[in-house]
Design a binder for this molecule. Structure first.
Ligand SMILES: Nc1nc2c(ncn2[C@@H]2O[C@H](COP(=O)(O)OP(=O)(O)OP(=O)(O)O)[C@@H](O)[C@H]2O)c(=O)[nH]1
Ligand SMILES: [Mg+2]
Length: 194
């Protein structure tokens, strides 16, 4: 079975839950007392997708402002970027839009963009409506899911959607597949709703 290495970076404001999403995906655990990331951290996880193995090389960046300038090192060469916001904090959604602009200007062409509205377990104190975020994601052809790292909602689905968006090697021989195409495809498994 073919093994593909897919570099993925996570971007977004401090405290939105980027590291918690990665922990849930890689270790299937959640730490309510997790520390803010310093610089960036790196983890990998290999999953089967159709007839391929996808080894995700995950760069989890630090959202604190003082680390902002490091981000290009991590999104450069990435097949996909997961931009995370916190559904209970409107301002984190504005930060997300700035990341989308930055990726458009300086990111790799055809990078797959995935938007994760995290902390959907806190629906009672929601500030960002799911429909607004979904409409925005559709307008930029991005993957969209609401997630909860805490309750393990839509975390695997997020990465499956990324695998789905990255063209398979069968249909795109290496000679013709420089970079990654951003395509919209119908979903097979529907991400769960919070
Ligand atoms: N209720 C709830 N809390 C969450 C969830 N995900 C993360 N948190 C909490 O949110 C806080 C911040 O989580 P982190 O994963 O450290 O956030 P981060 O985006 O990595 O932050 P930086 O590393 O500073 O950029 C922690 O207290 C987490 O326990 C979630 O899905 N639901
Ligand atoms: Mg972190």
């Amino acid at each position: 079975m073919a093994l593909r290495e897919l570099k993925v970076c996570l971007l977004g404001d401090t405290g939105v839950g980027k590291s918690s999403i990665v922990w849930r995906f890689v270790e299937d655990s959640f730490d309510p007392n997790i520390n803010p990331t310093i610089g960036a951290s790196f983890m990998t996880k290999t999953v089967q997708y159709q007839n391929e193995l996808h080894k995700f090389l995950i760069w989890d960046t630090a959202g604190q402002e003082r680390f902002r300038a490091l981000a290009p090192m991590y999104y450069r060469g990435s097949a996909a970027a997961i931009i995370v916001y916190d559904i209970t904090k409107e301002e984190t959604f504005s930060t997300l839009k700035n990341w989308v602009k930055e990726l458009r200007q300086h990111g790799p062409p055809n990078i797959v963009v995935a938007i994760a509205g995290n902390k959907c377990d806190l629906n009672d104190v929601r500030e960002v409506m799911e429909k607004d975020a979904k409409d925005y994601a559709d307008s930029i052809h991005a993957v969209f899911v609401e997630t909860s790292a805490k309750n393990a909602i839509n975390i695997n689905e997020l990465f499956i959607e990324i695998s789905r968006r990255i063209p398979s090697t069968d249909t795109n021989p290496p000679s013709s597949s420089k970079g990654f195409k951003l395509r919209r495809q119908p979903s097979v498994t529907k991400p769960r709703c919070c």
